[in-house]
Design a protein around this ligand. Structure first.
Ligand SMILES: O=C(O)CCC(=O)C(=O)O
Length: 278
């Protein structure tokens, strides 16, 4: 594989009620994906806990130090891979966050992203959800570097906010990752559309990583973890069941797309400008 190519695995894992089983399953799938040649392995949002405001306080942990992120650190080191740990409910004093950690092959923590946009929606007759009933929002866009490229992180609802993706592109990211758990209402309507939009607007690869669908759970995830190219095409995907989705990302292709349609250098910063406050 060329040095500019990154093999990534999106792990659409089944998540149940028993935290220790979820963590053990995550480690097992990291091992399997490393065996499949993945250099970076990404888990879904809330991989250690069912998704829901009643569950978050029960499954929350300190970071670093909590059992779930310690297991990710150890797995990254043992299998010699980068691990993007989807998310876990994080406890910090009396506050809870929805937090993604990233681990390098030496077991070093490369990044920690706290979900910036909390998922508070009301679609009458379909779904009401209020993460802000128990979570606090993060305030900081998060990037980290691999030898191949800079990567920007968002969690689920963060994908709806184009400004965050635009900031990441402006900072030089060529890949955006969104561990997420869309549902049976917003999943079919918006999941792929948002992912392709973020990819096309910013001429970046965009990966989404969902838990597998569990129809017995109170919140039913849409699944369909996928990788989209900077051209806006879905290059790897799956359905709703547990799966590992592999994709070989060619960073030279990002440059090619940006050269052919140079929207990123054609911005009219004399007319409008995007700025970040942190
Ligand atoms: O935006 C959506 O439709 C789903 C978002 C979500 O499930 C989340 O932020 O966890």
């Amino acid at each position: 594989m060329a040095a500019s190519t990154l093999r990534i695995a999106l792990v659409q894992m089944a998540v149940g009620e028993v935290k220790t089983k979820n963590v053990a399953r995550a480690v097992q799938l990291i091992k399997e994906a490393a065996g499949g040649g993945a250099q970076m392995i990404v888990l879904p949002e809330c991989f250690n806990s069912p998704y829901g405001t009643t569950h978050f306080p029960k499954y929350a942990e300190d970071i670093p130090g909590g059992e779930s992120t310690v297991a990710l650190r150890d797995a990254a080191k043992k299998f010699g891979v980068f691990v993007v740990g989807g998310s876990v409910p994080e406890r910090d004093g009396d506050k809870l966050f929805n937090t993604c950690t990233v681990w390098g092959p030496q077991g070093n923590m490369l990044a920690k992203h706290r979900k910036i946009h909390l998922f508070d929606i009301n679609v009458p007759g379909s779904i009401v959800f209020r993460e802000s009933d128990c979570l606090t929002a993060g305030n900081t866009p998060t990037t980290f570097d691999l030898p191949h490229c800079k990567i920007g992180l968002g969690i689920c609802y963060d994908m709806r906010f184009s400004e965050l993706a635009n900031i990441y592109s402006k900072l030089g990211c060529k890949l955006l990752l969104y561990p997420g758990a869309f549902n049976m209402t917003t999943g079919p309507a918006h999941w792929e559309l948002l992912q392709r939009a973020r990819a096309l607007d910013n001429q970046v690869y965009v990966g989404t990583i969902s838990p597998a669908r569990d129809t017995s759970s109170s919140y039913i995830a849409w699944g369909h973890s996928s990788m989209v190219s900077p051209w806006g095409e879905v290059v790897s995907t799956c359905e709703a069941e547990e799966a590992i989705v592999y994709a070989d990302l060619d960073m030279d292709y990002v440059a090619k797309v940006r050269q052919m349609i140079p929207v990123l250098t054609q911005k009219r910063n004399d007319v409008y400008e995007l700025t970040t406050k942190t």
